[in-house]
Structure formats: C-alpha cells, structure tokens
Ligand binder design. Structure first.
Ligand code: ADP
Ligand code: MG
Length: 261
C-alpha cells in the first residue's frame, strides 16, 4: 500500500494476495434531480468487485452527483444501486458509511485535531470503537499511507498531499468494500499529485473496488479497468482505457479528449 516506498519488498506479494475484499456495484437506471434540474438521466453502470472505474467528462455532467448517490450524500430520484446484490437505497446509513468510503477534493479534515485523531474519529463515532482499539487501527492506516511520523500534526502542519493521504487513511480505517474518489488531486500543487495517485493505484492493485472521478487522464489510462465518459447526466461511452482514449466512438468524447489531452 505504501506507494512511495519503491518496489514491493516481496516482489509480487502485493498483487497476489489482495488485501481488500472489494464489493461489486451495479447501478440501474439511476436518476437524480436538484429541484427541477435533472442531473442524472438514467445511468447504468457495473463495477466489478476489485476493479477501478474512472469517470471522466466535462464540468457539470453529473460526475460528482453520481458518486454522491453511491453513498447517499444525495438521494436518487429513481433507479437502484446494488452493492453485492443489496440495494444501498434500503441500507441503514451507518452500515452504508462503513461499506462505502469517500474522499473529496477538499480534504474535509477537522483542523483542530491531529492526523491520528482525524482517523480515529470515524472509528470512535461511527463504529463506536473503544479509543485504544481505534488508536491502534488509525496508527496502522496512517503508516500504510506513509504518514506514521506525521500523525501528531494538525492539518495546517501537513502538505496538501499529506492531508489528502490522511483523508484516504480515514476512509480506509472503516474497512470499506468500495472507495469513491472525487477529484482528489485537483486542489493539490502539481508536485504533490503523484504521491496521492500512486497510493490510489496501490489500493486498486490490492483489490479495492474504486470509482474515481478524475481529470488525470494518465492515471485513468494506466490504472483503470474501465473508463466511463459522462455528458449531460448520461454515460455516453464506457470501455477499457485503450478503447476510450485511442478509439473513441462518439463525437462528444472525441471533442472532450481534444480539449483535455
Ligand atoms: P460534475 O461533478 O460533473 O461537475 P455535478 O454532479 O457537480 O457535475 O453537477 C451536475 C449538475 O448539477 C450541474 O448543473 C450543477 O450545477 C448541478 N448541481 C450540483 N450540485 C448542486 C446542488 N447542490 N444544488 C443544485 N444544483 C446542483
Ligand atoms: Mg464534480
């Protein structure tokens, strides 16, 4: 998991023994509106267990809303989202929060708490875990994202990349089956982007199911099992990275790629 640490000491161990038990997601005819504004207009998407799906598309196309529906930060209007066959729309919110982790562009860390406390808080609050046990897990997760020595720093004393890795450690501490990432490197200085992307790639290799909204086309090409192009609340095209980037079919995707690549 420790992305910046160079080659894995035991060669292929990282790949051969998936650390995470990723869940499968099936999204069926999902619709969502903010008031009168239809934002998702019937989205169908399958994300196989342990795979990485990157979601690309122009601003306002509904990418964030799709992710937010996947852990019910917003309620869909219609359709369904199944996690290992179970509708998340019928799931108790606390159970959903444990199973589906999310990381945002702005790290949303508590400024008055240290890195360690930020990771511990979700464990003590949502999982009602005793502090001692929460501390043990939080230390382990922080070590895995390469921040063992920074654990007693507050967010203001950490770089943007380090803060984002704390946010990832916090999400991982819940032992989720799915991780959602919404433009998590967009607010970072360029030199800090790679460390976060490398960490995400490592998570993907270790069996986490991931849905990643990103402008990092290189990451999507390298890491994604599936790339999804959204426009105006619909999935216009989906396929493997090669298909999407080298052989786009729709004019809209061709135009989008011409602008961003
Ligand atoms: P993306 O992430 O692809 O940029 P969003 O899902 O954020 O797209 O937004 C899709 C559409 O929904 C846009 O037209 C946006 O202005 C609108 N929208 C997003 N959030 C809200 C909100 N909280 N209230 C009203 N409209 C919103
Ligand atoms: Mg967005």
């Amino acid at each position: 998991l420790r992305a910046a640490a160079g080659p894995h000491p035991t060669g292929t161990a990282e790949e051969s023994t998936p650390r995470f038990k990723g869940g499968a997601l099936n999204i069926r005819d999902l619709t969502m509106a903010y008031g009168d504004l239809d934002v998702l207009k019937g989205v169908d998407l399958d994300i196989a267990a342990g795979t990485v799906t990157c979601i690309i598309g122009p601003s306002g196309s509904g990418k964030s809303t799709l992710l937010r529906c996947m852990n019910r930060l917003v309620e869909p209007k219609g359709g369904d989202i199944l996690l290992d066959g179970e509708s998340i729309l019928a799931m108790k919110p606390e159970r959903l929060r444990r199973r589906v982790g999310m990381v945002f562009q702005h790290f949303n860390l508590f400024p008055d708490h240290t890195a360690l406390e930020n990771v511990m808080l979700s464990l003590t609050k949502i999982k009602k875990m005793p502090r001692q046990e929460a501390r043990r897990i939080a230390e382990a997760r922080l070590a895995e994202v390469g921040l063992a020595e920074r654990r007693d720093h507050r967010p203001a004393g950490l770089s943007g990349g380090q803060q984002q890795r704390v946010a990832i450690a916090r999400a991982l501490a819940m032992d989720p089956e799915v991780m959602l990432f919404d433009e998590v490197t967009s607010a970072l200085d360029p030199e800090l982007v790679k460390g976060v992307l490398d960490l995400m790639a490592a998570l993907g290799r270790q069996g986490m199911t991931m849905a990643v909204v990103t402008h990092e086309m290189g990451f999507a090409r390298r890491v994604a099992d599936q790339v999804v192009f959204m426009d105006e609340g619909r999935i216009v095209e989906a396929g493997c990275p090669q298909q999407i980037f080298d052989n786009p079919r729709s004019e809209r995707l061709k135009r989008f790629l011409a602008e961003v690549l």
